[in-house]
Design a protein around this ligand. Structure first.
Ligand code: DQA
Length: 151
């Protein structure tokens, strides 16, 4: 578990591929998972990949990662990014580095997407790279893990 990166996806990300392709592209969530598995394997990290449309289920997964001392969490909380204090509190509660990812450039979109409850408690955030952002987040996380003092 200590070697495991959790990649967590929030509501409507199960619809990637058909959902607003002009904004999110044509790649599916299965394509995202493949990308993440390759990125994790490059760094000898195990991967747990999940998606839920339910706020509490995402909170449970964050807590699970914390309890298992996971190596890190990459989270695209979807619209919950902008609304969920419960997910923000779960991120703040766990001693695991959390990287926030968004496929689209949320700052170039509607103003309600400009605020993230997660960003202030995340280790880092990135957006606007399309699904490549997930792999970049895993790369960044691997760098943080390597840079951690050993022992
Ligand atoms: C998103 C951006 C959010 O504003 C939106 O609600 C999503 C997807 C992204 O990946 O760009 O569901 O997180």
């Amino acid at each position: 578990m200590a070697n495991t990166v959790y990649v967590l996806n929030g509501p409507n990300l199960n619809l990637l591929g058909t959902r607003e392709p002009q904004t999110y592209g044509r790649a599916t969530l299965a394509d995202v998972e493949k990308l993440c598995r390759n990125a994790a394997a490059r760094h000898r990290l195990k991967l747990k990949f999940d998606q839920s449309n339910h706020e509490g289920a995402i909170v449970d997964l964050i807590q699970e990662a914390g309890a298992g001392k996971a190596a890190g969490i990459v989270i695209n909380a979807g619209a919950y990014t902008h609304t969920s204090i419960a997910i923000r509190d779960a991120v703040a509660a766990v001693a695991v580095p959390v990287i926030e990812v968004h496929i689209s450039n949320v700052f170039a979109r509607e103003s309600f997407r400009h605020h993230s409850h997660i960003a202030p408690v995340a280790k880092a955030s990135l957006c606007g790279f399309g699904i490549a952002g997930y792999a970049l987040a895993i790369e960044g996380l691997a760098g943080l893990i390597d840079a951690r003092p050993k022992g």
